[in-house]
Structure formats: structure tokens, C-alpha cells
Design a protein around this ligand. Structure first.
Ligand SMILES: [Zn+2]
Length: 183
């Protein structure tokens, strides 16, 4: 698709095209470059355009994010809640990002917003001990589960995530449908 058509598609989907910060010509029009087309294509497919400098959580593309949620059964390993229980899903870095942990799937586990903010930058083992004590879980089992999940190959889940996004129209719609048990 050409840039103009892509932008029209994006607008029809309610995407804020301005926020995509496309390159412009001197006249102020969007440059008809392949790079601009790619940015819009990514936005349409539900992926976040990678930011230029910051490397935080938002950098993780939506299909990757979703594939990790699928891998982990849309559940938080620390408190045991699932998306159907109404939790907000997020990704927790096994080795905290601030301690040099990467955004590689082997370093990411699905987690609820509450547990994520409770953990902060605590070492995993320490937090698991705490959570296990609080929820009366077996800390060793929790650690083994997390280890097992993060060692799984992501490719099949990624394929599933992309299919789900295509079927539902967007990443957000997939999560909402899941939350409402409509899937
Ligand atoms: Zn939790």
C-alpha cells in the first residue's frame, strides 16, 4: 500500500497519525518514504513504533507482549490472578531493567500491575519468597514455574499472537475479549 492509503487506513482505525511522528518534507507534507510507510504499517498492525531513545517497557512490540501473555496463560505467577479476574497485565523483568536486564523474552514474565509495582527492582528470589509467604504458595515451585516459562521458545506464541491481533483488529481488542471471556 502507498503511504496515503496507509494513512487513510490508520485514520479509519482511530490511530493518531500525528503521534507517529512521520518524517515530513520541507512543505510540511509526509515524506513518501518506505520508512514512513513502515511506521504506519506497524501502527495499523498494532505494534508500537520503537522510540528513538528511551528503551523502557513500551519498547516491547505489542505482538511480542501478547505472545508472552499467551505463553504464561494471561496469569500472574506471583499472586496467581488471571486476566479474567480483572488484573491489568504487564511484563516483569526477571533481571530488572535498571540492573541491565534485557527485553529478551527469556527475561520477561507476565505479571499483574500490582505485583509488578510491589516488586520494583527487588531481586526475583527475594520477591518470590515474599509473594509466596503472602499468598501461601510454594516459593520453590514458583521459581521453577518462572524458569520453565521463560525458557520456552516464543515463536509459536508469537504466531498465535499475530493471528489473534489480526482476528480481533487490535492488541487492545484481544485483551478486552479475553477479559470478557469471549474468546
Ligand atoms: Zn500478581
Amino acid at each position: 500500500m502507498k503511504l496515503a492509503e496507509l494513512i487513510a487506513t490508520a485514520v479509519a482505525k482511530g490511530i493518531d497519525v500525528k503521534a507517529l511522528e512521520l518524517k515530513r518534507t520541507k512543505k510540511g507534507e509526509f515524506s513518501k518514504t518506505r520508512q514512513n510507510e513502515k511506521i504506519v504499517e506497524r501502527a495499523i498492525s498494532g505494534d508500537t513504533a520503537p522510540p528513538k531513545r528511551s528503551q523502557g517497557m513500551n519498547w516491547i512490540r505489542k505482538d511480542k507482549r501478547l505472545s508472552i501473555y499467551i505463553r504464561d496463560g494471561f496469569a500472574c505467577p506471583y499472586c496467581g490472578s488471571t486476566i479474567e479476574d480483572g488484573i491489568t497485565l504487564s511484563l516483569d523483568h526477571i533481571i530488572p531493567y535498571s540492573h541491565g536486564g534485557s527485553n529478551n523474552e527469556g527475561n520477561l514474565i507476565t505479571c499483574c500491575g500490582k505485583c509488578n509495582s510491589a516488586r520494583q527492582d527487588r531481586p526475583l528470589g527475594e520477591f518470590v519468597e515474599k509473594a509466596a509467604g503472602f499468598y501461601e504458595f510454594d516459593a520453590e515451585k514458583m521459581m521453577r514455574y518462572i524458569e520453565g516459562q521463560t525458557q520456552k521458545k516464543l515463536a509459536p506464541f508469537r504466531k498465535e499472537a499475530k493471528e489473534m491481533i489480526a482476528r480481533r483488529g487490535s492488541y487492545t481488542a484481544v485483551l478486552e475479549n479475553r477479559r470478557n471471556k469471549m474468546m
